[in-house]
Design a protein. Sequence first.
Length: 264
Amino acid sequence: MTGPEAADTLTAARTDDPELAVRAAELVRDAVLGDLARRVVAECGADVGLVGVPEPLPGSRPGSEGMVLRHWAGTRADLLHDVPVPAGLGLGGRALAERAPTWVPDYRAATTISHHYDAAVAAEDLYAMLTVPLMDGGTVHGVVYASLRTVVPFGDVRICAVGKLAAAATRALAGAAAWSREEPRPERPRSQVPRPTAPVPPLTRREHEVLRWAATGRTNPEIAAQLGLTCNTVTGYLKSAMHKLGVRNRTELALTAKESGLVS
C-alpha cells in the first residue's frame, strides 16, 4: 500500500468510534510496512527486504529503544522473522540509534557494527546490507533493510531508491497515526453506521481466500496473481464478502473479518 492508497483507505474508513480508529490505523500500518518489505525486493533489486517495528522488548530497561523484525520478503528461512533488535545492535539497531541510514558491503566482515545476528544473516546467505530509518520529525516509525546475497558496495541509485520508498511509507504511517488521534466528529444516526448483519451468511472457499489476502494489504492484482484469478473475479469475491458481512470498504471488511475470527 503506497502513501496515497493508505490515505484513501483511512478517508474511506473514517469512524466516530475512537477504538475502531486506532485499530484501522494499526491495520494500515501493517499493510504499509508489509508492502514496503515487498517493494524493496521488487523495485530496488534487493534479495531480502525486512522491516523492524519499534516495540518495547522483553527484559529491556524502561525507556530503552528497540524494535522487532515484523515484516519480510525474499527470506528462505525464518531465523530473521520476529527477531528483537535493541537500539545499537547490528546494522538495523545502529540505524535506529543514530537516526540515519547505514550500510555495509559485507555484513559478516564489517567492523563498524556488532555481530549479534551473524547466525541468522549467514543462514540467509546475506552479505551487502542497507538500513534506513522511517523518520517523521523525531519519531521513528520503523527501520527498513535492503539485503543482497553478494558482496557489493551500495551505490547512490540504490540508496536513493530505498530512501524514496521509506519516505513514502513514513508519510503514510504519520498520516495514519495522526488520523487515529483526531477528535471524533459529531455522531451520525445509528442507521448510517455500518454493522455486520447477524447471522452472517457463510463465505465460500474462494471468498474466504480472497478476504484472507486482502486483510494482509494485498492489492487486487496481487491477489489475482497469487490465486490464479482475474482482477474482475477478485473484485467480485470482495464485493460479495462485503455484502455478506455488511461493510462498505476494504478496511471495514478486514477489521470485521479479524474481529469475527474469519482471518487471524
